[in-house]
Design a protein around this ligand. Sequence first.
Ligand code: ZN
Length: 370
Amino acid sequence: MNFPGIMPTLLLAACLAYSPAQAFELSYLVGLRDNQHTYYAHLPGNLPDGVSFFESFVRSLHVWMDASGNISLNAIEEEREVCQANFRGSSQNKVNTASFSTTFCGDDSYFSGGGAVADAVTQTSWDPGGIVESDIVFNEHSRSRFESVEHHFHHVATHEIGHTLGFGHSAVRSAIMQARLNYGRRDPVLSIDDRCALAMRYGSPEECPILLGEGLATNSLPTDAKFVGGATTNGGRTFEESFKPSDRITVYGTVVKDRTHGHRPGDLHVVATTDNGVLFARHADGNFHPLEDVGDIPSAGALKPDLYAQDLVIMGTRHFDREPSVGPLIGSVYQLVGQTIYFYLAYSLKERPGEYYYGSEPIRVSWPSE
Ligand SMILES: [Zn+2]
């Protein structure tokens, strides 16, 4: 496997409408080294309720720790150098920090200017052994919002800390890791999607309530690939199997690749079947079409080589940054009352055409007759 040494990545939080978003996404093949991380946090100032930003940051660490039990995150209230000396835009100096600034290590493109402005930027670097460094920089220009909008800082901090755990953005609307956060309004609570990301990276897959059985391969060889997904009408707060024809259903799925498939290009696949055995495949345009040959399933989208876990919105109403996906299959939903559709999630590698890795259990969507 070809690891290119230290790979820095920039992950932007909040306000960026066009960043790619998936139901939970794991950016790297490795997580925190020894499952622990200590941040030097210099966050002067207070929230609307008088709690300090530092204390709120510590509470955000606990949102993740309380949900996992396997990770240890600490913050030390101390000002440390954030940036790499003489290197604009890089925070790589072997110190984990959380701070306010008007630029990201001299690069002001995220925090000001005419386009989308981020409330925070997190830069994480890693090597094959784990995440080696993370720096969270909160936008000083957003300070008045952090100081006036209840829950906003806590929410953004929890999201940024998720990046430092190795999590990418999620399309699931209720997820803390959703790219575009609503300003405050509620206490940050991890969604099922966030919890599944934690389970896959730092826990055991069975802790994810929407795990789709066990990972199987059509070549019958064992695989540790995992598949996650479900159908929701409330942005992923809950996942259900039975719906009314008038419900606006979104079906989310995530593929967690086999450990040995890192950095290999491939395709995502979704096969849907009805009670009477008719097969459909989801195409890259988001629509479902009849599947002619189960040995040659059309691509539902590219499998990104740099992601360990990747999702697609299998079916649903158009997301702000999603592919279109309401196809002929759902177009005739009123004819499906009394029926169930079973969605199987799979992927394949370019180097092994016709070989599929899939979840043993489908996502079930039923429209029971009264
Ligand atoms: Zn983000």
